[in-house]
Design a protein around this ligand. Structure first.
Ligand SMILES: Cc1cc2nc3c(=O)[nH]c(=O)nc-3n(C[C@H](O)[C@H](O)[C@H](O)COP(=O)(O)O)c2cc1C
Length: 154
C-alpha cells in the first residue's frame, strides 16, 4: 500500500489539532497515513510517499520551531522530484505581508525541488475561521482521490 505522511508545524496547538483531525479523516478513508510531529533528517529521508504539510506561521512569517528540521532538510536538496505533496497554511490576515508566510516558504522550497502539488494549496485565515479544522477537513476530503490518481500515474 502507498503511504502519505502529515507533517505539522504548530506553536499553540491549533495547527496540530487540525492536523490530528485530518489524520483521523484520511485513515477513516482507508489510507495509510502517519502523523509526524518533528521528524529529523534521518526519519524524513526514510519516508516514502506523499507529504502533507499543515503549518501555522509564527514571528514575522516564520516557520514554527517543530518544523525547523523539515525546513533544514529541504535546504539539503533531497530528491523530491515529482514527489506528491499537499500544503495547508494557517495564519492571520491581520499580519498582512506575512500572512501564511511559513506555508509560502515551504511551498517555494518544494517547488524548487520539483515536487508535485496534488491540490492547490490552502490558506486558512484564523481571523475568519474560529474552527480552523473545518476548512482543512473540507480541503482534505479531496485528497484521497488526488493521492490515488498520483499513485496510479506513478
Ligand atoms: C507571536 C505570533 C506571531 C504570528 N505571526 C504570524 C504571521 O507572521 N503571519 C500569519 O499569517 N499569522 C501569524 N500568526 C497567527 C498564527 O499563525 C495563527 O494564530 C495560527 O492559528 C496559530 O496556530 P498554532 O496554534 O498552531 O501555532 C502569529 C501569531 C502569534 C501569536
Amino acid at each position: 500500500m502507498q503511504h502519505a505522511h502529515i507533517l505539522y508545524g504548530s506553536v499553540y496547538g491549533t495547527a496540530r489539532d487540525a492536523a490530528e483531525q485530518l489524520h483521523a479523516q484520511l485513515r477513516s478513508q482507508g489510507l495509510s497515513v502517519s502523523l509526524e510531529k518533528s521528524p529529523d533528517s534521518a526519519r524524513l529521508s526514510m519516508l516514502e510517499g506523499a507529504l502533507i504539510i499543515v503549518t501555522s506561521t509564527t514571528g514575522a512569517g516564520d516557520v514554527p520551531d517543530n518544523l525547523h528540521p523539515f525546513l533544514h532538510w529541504l535546504e539539503t536538496c533531497p530528491d523530491l522530484y515529482r514527489r506528491p505533496f499537499a500544503l495547508a497554511g494557517l495564519g492571520d490576515s491581520s499580519y498582512f505581508d506575512t500572512f501564511c508566510g511559513a506555508a509560502e516558504q515551504i511551498q517555494a522550497k518544494l517547488e524548487d525541488l520539483g515536487a508535485n502539488a496534488l491540490l492547490p494549496s490552502l490558506k486558512i485565515d484564523t481571523l475568519e475561521h474560529a474552527d480552523a479544522a473545518a476548512p482543512l477537513l473540507a480541503w482534505g476530503a479531496t485528497l484521497p482521490d488526488a493521492l490515488r490518481l498520483s499513485w496510479q500515474a506513478a
